[in-house]
Design a protein around this ligand. Sequence first.
Ligand code: NI
Length: 138
Amino acid sequence: MNGTVYVTRRAHFSASHRLFDPSFSDERNAEIFGGCSNPNGHGHNYTIEVTVAGPPDPATGFVVDLKRVKQVLQERFLAFVDHRNLNVDVPFLRGVNPTTENIAVAAWRQLAPHIPAGTLHSVRIFETENNFVEYKGE
Ligand code: NI
């Protein structure tokens, strides 16, 4: 009998953003969002980790073929966000304040339909080395 094994693919992307609520003043946004609310934006070197989970397939020994996860991550997420402005360039973030939390939820929604059903376990986004969020689906 095979127990659950967790398999993770990691990738990096660079992007700019500004965190703000357009209905607030610049001062109020600065109080809430700090340096991430600087009006002209700034960049982060992000890391994303996509974890799939399940019993290894008895034939292949794989939970999910990681080549598939790598390809889906590239085509459905990284191609849209790498070297982009997250406030304006990314269709699936339109109208969304690009906090790390919201990026993780959006990444999950981009990836889940293209990864074998029920195997996507978590999406982690690191905005800095020390700050990261994790999303495990709705
Ligand atoms: Ni920021």
